[in-house]
Design a protein around this ligand. Structure first.
Ligand code: TRP
Ligand code: ZN
Length: 873
């Protein structure tokens, strides 16, 4: 098959010639092939032409009938991507039978096999690998699905909606019939057939519907599903109380698989999950894993309203469902866990990864204007920046106004396929405000820059904030226009207390920046205040301001916005790391500043603070986050500058780190509560610093934690530190770990990642031998991400080794993987996209690797698009 590499444009949207009234599918599943029989009723869109092209890829067409009449060869045509029909009646029933080969499907898109069971993944355009169809999100239809398979091999047969019938058939076979009454686009179709175990519970919705809840997995993992079930119930409850939204079917099924391209999929009534986001027990999963399970279970559940009930008109509108649903899952986690920690983690990720994406060759707006391969646009921009855009409505309108907007959105659009504009208009109309300028958040790519300046007039008791917004360097549009930017602001007096900013006495207000240059005047300010801007990260922008270390220290102590207090600590740390880096580059002296030590000590020993926030505040900025704002980066030197800061901190504060470590030890049973998670994260952050001393006593402490702790969070932290510091005896620990846990794929993936991120020479040779280990398969995306992905994305110094070996390694593996799984290969090759940030010889080496991939024959459209854009840049 030749792969089409055509560009699709948003402006070319056209409705299909026919709508689909209903779909009836039958799957006859055999171990080495599946027959798919479809009965689809079509109805012409009034005024449209009487012809139709249905999507279909890699299908063997066995038979085709129109209104019960077998079609002759000249009444239809088939090519690599479509079935074409012409001279059609206005209403007709199309019946086809196609043959497909799920066991050969390594792309994990369409119907494929995982272990001994079968499952589907249809978003975005996988349904066309199952049968001929209008595989586009604006065609909604009710589905009835019958599955026939061997009774012993495949006892569980699932599809969307409610179970209707099941029964025995001759020849050891059985069948199940499912009906989904809610019209849906094909990307939400799902089917599962296999020998799976399940846990079951029930939930009674606020509307009085009794829903049967099941989580299915292979039998060996059935004891690790309880937390996922609890998370599902929490999600259902939360969506009722916070958003007033209830579930709309009698069954909710979740299936876990080890073979999955992404995190999870919100198929109507039948979510399919990467097992990483289902399976969790205290001795096999970390706090972070547990919270990830809860968040992703929530995310897919919340899609039932934001995505399924109201879906996308075309794939350019992807952020309509993803940005909004990420916003909802972030709020869910914030309400159940620590709001401040959640915000800090999300922003840290956005700033380092999304800002980088938006400054690189794949920079695109939240609602892209074009793509070659839609799978490449499930991006941080669509998801995370998209969520920030939704959060800005919330910041501008408040919870009440935002919920009014949501209510109107569902009143207008329930059961429809709509656009980002429809969402914006619902928010505006429900609140009677003009949000037309806000549209630019959907159309302009890049991260806006806001420069801020202050003037203080003591005589007039007046304080003025001046903002200037400007186009990001990566902006690729006609002419950049100023955007509507909410800037949450507070001013602090010398005593550390927030000043009242208006007649109502508010100490925090949202200033709305709408012009290129703008002034905000505050009266009755008698002494020069300290300013806290963009509180809680109220807009996804880069802020430029002169701020001295005294003010940063002040904000670290007094700012009552947890996020901004953390941000002040990060700015200070960043400044010291960058100063050292520049001093080394310029061959000048730079002495470690006392103020950082004082600030660190103050944060560390402040008993009043939430330990979770202390842990975040003493976590130095990651190299990725630093590099975003740099040019000509020398990775090794940047790494050394950070290590230099770490060693100063450790030398001066070892006793403090040790005492905080000891204070945060906890006995008693393990629980994933915000309090326990907080103390573990602080304790383990202290251990991270202590291990930098390379002292025997600290290594001993680490061994003790590994052997004695009652939970996986503490164990894996200790193991990682012992391995990364190459402490004597670490090889034995790794060998024992493998023997103990070799049947647990998720734990073995962690074992791979620890080894892939060893920050020392020789790591690449070890990775290459691990690729031949029995536990690794190039066909398993989790294994690929844990070994190859972890090395290239998280072992920055070794990936950027001067000899270019890291780049060659990535290029070779991208080319090998592209033959098996183009979606995952495209994610991997994107790790080259930041090449422009580095010094010239690094850039050259990365480009050479990219060019090597570009010349390979038969690249997938997925990898082609990424490489092509990177090289054009
Ligand atoms: N819609 C899914 C989510 O965000 C993600 C998704 C898109 C996906 N394409 C996929 C998952 C392909 C697996 C495979 O929840
Ligand atoms: Zn989603």
């Amino acid at each position: 098959m030749t792969i089409t590499k055509t560009t699709h444009y948003r402006k070319d949207y056209q409705q299909p010639n026919y709508w689909i009234e209903n779909v009836d599918l039958a799957f006859l599943i055999a171990p080495d092939h599946t027959l798919v029989k479809s009965r689809i009723n079509f109805k012409i869109r009034s005024g449209a032409d009487n012809k139709l092209s249905l999507n279909g890829i890699d299908l063997e067409l066995n038979s085709i009938k129109l209104n019960d009449k077998v079609l002759n060869n000249d009444e239809y045509s088939v090519d690599d991507t479509h079935l074409h029909l012409f001279d059609l009646p206005d209403n007709f029933l199309l019946q086809t039978e196609v043959k497909i080969y799920p066991h050969k499907n390594t792309a994990l898109e369409g119907l494929y096999q995982s272990g001994a069971f079968f499952l589907t993944q249809c978003e975005a355009e996988g349904f066309r690998k199952i049968t001929y169809y209008l595989d586009r999100p604006d065609v909604l239809a009710p589905f009835t699905v019958t599955i026939v398979a061997d009774r012993n091999k495949y006892p569980v047969l699932l599809s969307n909606g409610n179970a209707l019938l099941e029964g025995q058939l001759s020849g050891g076979k059985h069948y199940a019939k499912w009906q989904d009454p809610h019209p849906k686009p094909s990307y939400l179709f799902a089917l599962v057939a296999g020998d799976l175990a399940f846990v079951e519970d029930h939930y009674r919705t606020m509307e009085g519907r009794d829903v049967q809840l099941r989580v299915y997995t292979e039998a060996a993992n059935i004891d690790a599903c309880d937390f996922a079930m609890k998370s599902l119930i929490n999600s259902m409850q939360w969506d009722e109380t916070r958003f007033g939204l209830a579930y709309d079917l009698d069954q909710y099924n979740i299936v876990a698989t080890d073979d999955f391209n992404m995190g999870a999929m919100e198929n109507k009534g039948l979510n399919i999950f990467n097992s990483k986001y289902v399976l969790a027990k205290s001795d096999t999963a970390t706090d972070h894993d547990f919270i990830g399970v809860e968040a992703v279970i929530g995310h897919e559940y919340f899609h039932n309203w934001t995505g399924n009930r109201v879906t996308c008109k075309d794939w350019f509108q992807l952020s309509l469902k993803e940005g909004l649903t990420v916003f909802r899952d972030q709020e869910f986690t914030s309400d159940l866990q620590s709001r401040a920690v959640k915000r800090i983690e999300d922003v840290r990720y956005l700033r380092s990864a999304q800002f980088a994406e938006d400054a690189g060759p794949m920079s695109h707006s939240v609602r892209p204007d074009s793509f070659i391969e839609i799978n490449n646009f499930y991006t941080l921009t669509v998801y995370e920046k998209g969520s920030e855009v939704v959060r800005m409505y919330h910041t501008l309108l408040g919870e009440v106004g935002f919920q009014k907007g949501m209510k109107l959105y569902f009143e207008r659009h329930d059961g429809m396929a709509v656009s980002c504009n429809d969402f914006r208009l619902a928010m505006a109309d429900a609140n009677n405000i003009d949000l037309s300028q806000f549209e630019l958040w959907y159309s302009q790519n890049g991260t806006p820059v806001v420069a801020v300046d202050y003037q203080f007039d003591e005589q007039k008791a007046q304080f003025i904030i001046t903002t200037k917004q400007s186009a990001p360097a990566s902006f690729q549009g006609e002419s950049w226009q100023p955007m509507h930017i909410p800037m949450k602001t507070a001013l602090f007096g010398k005593d550390g207390l927030p000043l009242s900013l208006n007649k109502r006495g508010d100490t925090q207000i949202v200033l709305e920046i709408t012009e290129a240059t703008q002034q905000f005047v505050f009266d009755n300010i008698s002494t020069l205040p300290v300013v806290s801007l963009f509180r809680g990260f109220s807009a996804p922008v880069k802020v430029k301001q002169e701020i001295d270390t005294k003010d940063l220290s002040f904000l670290m102590k007094f700012d009552n916005d947890d996020f901004n207090r953390w941000d002040a600590s990060q700015l200070m740390q960043r400044e010291v790391i960058m100063s050292r880096y520049q001093a080394v580059q310029n061959g000048v002296e730079y002495t470690f500043p006392d103020y950082l030590l004082d600030a660190f000590r103050h944060v560390l020993l402040d008993d009043g603070s939430d330990p979770a926030l202390v842990a975040e505040a003493i976590t130095l900025p990651a190299l990725k986050g630093l590099m975003v704002d740099m040019e000509g980066v020398d990775v090794a030197q940047l790494h050394q500058a950070k290590e230099w800061v770490v060693s100063h901190l450790v030398n001066a504060l070892q006793l403090e780190f040790l005492s905080v470590y000891n204070q945060n030890f906890q006995d008693g049973p393990y629980q994933v509560t915000p309090e326990q998670v907080a103390r573990r994260s602080l304790k383990n952050r202290c251990l991270w610093f202590l291990m930098h001393t390379d002292q025997k006593e600290m290594q001993q402490l680490c061994f003790e934690q590994y052997h004695q702790s009652n939970n996986y969070t503490d164990k894996i932290t200790a193991l990682t530190l012992l391995v990364h510091h190459q402490v004597d005896g670490h090889e034995q620990l790794l060998a024992d770990y493998y023997d103990n846990w070799k049947y647990n794929a998720l734990m073995i993936n962690k074992w791979l990642s620890i080894q892939a991120t060893v920050p020392h020479d020789g790591v690449l040779e070890n990775i290459e031998s691990l690729m031949n280990h029995e536990c690794f398969s190039m066909k398993n995306p989790n294994a690929v991400r844990s070994l190859i992905g972890a090395f290239c994305a998280a072992n920055i110094t070794q990936f950027h080794a001067e000899d270019g070996s890291g780049y060659q390694f990535l290029a070779d593996n991208v080319m090998a993987l592209d033959e098996l799984n183009p979606q995952v290969a495209a994610r991997m090759v994107s790790l080259f996209n930041d090449y422009k940030q580095f010094k010239p010889d690094t850039q050259m080496a990365m480009l050479t690797a990219l060019k090597g991939i570009h010349t390979k024959a038969n690249l997938s459209a997925n990898v082609y698009e990424i490489v092509e854009k990177a090289l054009k840049n």
